[in-house]
Design a protein around this ligand. Structure first.
Ligand code: TSJ
Length: 645
């Protein structure tokens, strides 16, 4: 039989529709990354978001007020809502119950694949079949019209046709699924990750109640999130550990056609910009048209106000960055046919959204400032001070540039540079402490590895303006060695090394240095992180020896694992376990073999997400408020033994 005949025969047996269904879900299992981003922990958690999105759509349609997410005792997930219940009637096109179609037909292109994110019906709600395909088993129950309908699947295949299993006096949908361990690196859910996401969704959908619970033994906990104020309360929450410059959160909203835009903002006495944007409840860390519209309007309105009331004279305009120093803002837009672009599909491309956000902010912020002159003056003062500081920073930079105009930039004394000149081939280790720096310098391959030791407590970047940072004796060597400038002038094309590796101990002080450096990079050299140049070295924690065999372990779990492997069937054999106390204690050869040799080392690439987290941690650790810091340290007591507050 030819290939074509085989296909035709199969089609006759099963019918074309079923074949399409199977091919669709098989495609998901073949290339899960296309549909959920990855098969790591991130993809695993994505399954929950895909399901919850459906309930949120039901809430947006006005039929659902409560969503519950449970991590069950066996590690599976249950999501339930009190909406209308997924329709169960037979669809004329397919002759199958709508409920079955929702779970077996692959809808629209994947968010992570080629093309934009297609919208079908609601704003999201296309992922049920993807979750089904990637679940060892999945059960759905629909309460509707007085009956409870149930259906079950395994790896996308129907194991129980839809049937009525009882009666009910309520409506709603409940889905329980067991992620397929064959598809994921890990199938263990992290409560905090889900909690954070659910809180974000509750902020973005004012009035919606989302609760989450962990029912796994020994880790029982529960949270309910319900914010009548929506993104206004989100801004208050983001500014919780900061000191606001004005009491009230400024809120603006508008709509045009099918699209809506909401913006909430409040300034604090810090110097960083904290802009969080969403399109259809999906975070857009790379920004896009909604952010562009917001920034343009904010700058224009503040300058117009300043000119009108004589705070800004003539051509002395404040820049966009000046206007955003110390701002905390949340932008949330909703639209049909959202186009996600950029490296990680996290940038909104729809141009009409720029116009919408721009006009909402232009009109409503101008009115707000007129009606709240005290707030207006506070914000304008903030922008004007930022403007003067930036001017001072520019002068400082220029004077440094003049000093080093001949013969290129003078490299820092502490830098042990490498011989190779091509940045694509070179790496720099930023090392905590002089003694570890010494070992690293001796242990490295000086052809392509440079070492820069840092020492002592670093500058508190949160409180420091760009001009102070530029002249700081701790960070200056980092800026000079990297050679790519800082702030607005940062240019990755000038980088002297394409791998920037932070090497610090696996203890509190090490974590501290890492947090400081990441915060610094995040705030002043963000493209360095965005473009994937920053790494963390991963030094081993334990050395295990049995006779002539030596193995390294990078965590306590791994230590126990290797220890039992070395023992094998012989529990009395002596396995010697020693703990590496710090990088400084390793001799150069050990450091090379375990942490620096490209053939044997582990490097962890730092993501923008890591940096965002470092930045938040940093605020807690370095901010002026003692209470949150105390809380943080108590919560993380096991890591924070030598931090004082
Ligand atoms: F993802 C999912 F499909 F598995 C799922 C969907 C999971 C969960 C927990 C909830 C839901 C869901 C779907 N909740 N509510 C709905 N609503 C509908 O599907 C629905 C109900 C009625 C009508 C109607 O026009 O009468 C239309 C829709 C789309």
């Amino acid at each position: 039989m030819s290939e074509l005949e085989k296909v035709t025969a199969v089609e006759q047996e099963y019918g074309a529709a079923e074949i399409q269904v199977l091919e669709g879900l098989e495609a998901v299992r073949k290339r899960p990354g296309m549909y959920i981003g990855s098969t790591s922990a991130s993809g695993l958690h994505h399954l929950v978001y895909e399901i919850v999105d459906n309930s949120i759509d039901e809430a947006l349609a006005g039929y659902c007020t409560d969503i519950r997410v449970s991590i069950n005792p066996d590690g599976t997930i249950t999501v339930s809502d009190n909406g209308r219940g997924i329709p169960v009637d037979i669809q004329p096109q397919t002759g199958r119950p709508a409920l079955e179609v929702v779970f077996t037909v692959l809808h629209a292109g994947g968010k992570f694949g080629g093309g934009g994110y297609k919208v079908s019906g609601g704003l999201h709600g296309v992922g049920a079949s993807v979750v089904n395909a990637l679940s060892e088993w999945l059960q759905v129950q629909v309460h509707k019209d007085g009956k409870i309908y149930e259906m079950r699947f395994s790896r996308g295949h129907i194991t129980q046709e839809m049937q009525v299993v009882g009666t009910t006096d309520r409506t709603g949908t409940t889905v329980t699924f067991c992620p397929d361990h064959e598809m994921f690196d890990t199938v263990e859910y992290d409560y905090e990750i889900l909690h954070t996401r659910m809180r974000e969704q509750a902020f973005l959908n004012a009035g919606l109640r989302i609760s989450i619970e962990d029912l796994r033994s020994g880790r029982e906990q529960q949270d309910t999130m319900h914010y009548e104020g929506g993104i206004r309360e989100y801004v208050t929450y983001l500014n919780e550990n900061k000191t606001p410059l004005h009491q009230e959160v400024v809120y603006m909203a508008g709509a045009k056609g099918d699209s809506t835009a909401e913006i909430a903002l409040q300034y604090n006495d810090g110097y960083s910009e904290n802009l969080v944007s969403f399109a259809n409840d999906i975070r857009t860390p790379e920004g896009g048209m909604h952010e562009t519209g917001f920034k343009a309007a904010l700058t224009r309105v503040l300058n117009a106000y300043g000119l009108k009331y004589g705070m800004i004279k003539g051509d002395d305009k404040v820049s966009g960055e000046d206007c955003r120093e110390g701002i905390t803002a949340v932008i949330s837009v909703k639209l049909t046919e959202a186009q996600f672009e950029g490296q990680t599909k996290a940038k909104l491309g729809n141009a009409h959204i720029r116009t919408l956000v721009d006009s909402v902010v232009s009109d409503q912020l101008a009115v707000y400032l007129e009606e709240h002159p005290v707030v207006a003056r506070t914000i304008l003062d903030k922008a004007l001070t930022a403007n003067r500081a930036r001017e001072a920073a520019r002068k400082a930079r220029e004077s440094i540039r003049r000093k080093t105009a001949l013969g290129g930039a003078a490299m820092p004394d502490k830098l042990r540079d490498c011989n190779e000149n091509n940045p694509e081939l070179t790496e720099i280790y930023i090392v905590e402490g002089d003694s570890a720096g010494g070992s690293a310098t001796q242990g490295r391959d000086s052809r392509f590895q440079a070492i820069l030791p840092l020492w002592g407590k670093m500058l508190n970047v949160e409180k420091a303006r760009a001009d102070k940072v530029y002249g700081n004796d701790k960070l200056q060597p980092v800026i000079t060695a990297l050679g790519a400038g800082i702030g607005e002038e940062f240019d990755p094309d000038k980088l002297r090394y394409h791998k920037v590796i932070i090497m610090a101990d696996a203890d509190v002080d090490g974590a501290h240095i890492r947090t400081l450096l990441l915060t610094f990079f995040f705030r002043f050299m963000r493209p360095l992180i965005e473009q994937g140049y920053v790494y963390s070295a991963v030094p081993p924690l334990f050395k295990l020896t049995r006779g002539k065999t030596t193995r390294l372990a990078f965590s306590e779990e791994e230590r126990d694992q290797i220890s039992s492997e070395l023992r094998g069937d012989n529990p009395n054999v002596k396995v010697d376990i020693s703990r590496f106390k710090g990088l400084g204690e390793m001799n150069p050869e050990e450091l090379w073999e375990t942490t620096m040799d490209p053939e044997r080392r582990t490097l962890r690439r730092i993501t923008l997400d890591d940096a965002v987290k470092a930045d938040a941690t940093f605020n807690v650790l370095m901010g002026e408020k003692v209470e949150p810091r105390k809380e943080f340290i108590e919560k993380n007591a096991k890591y924070a033994v030598n931090l004082d507050y």
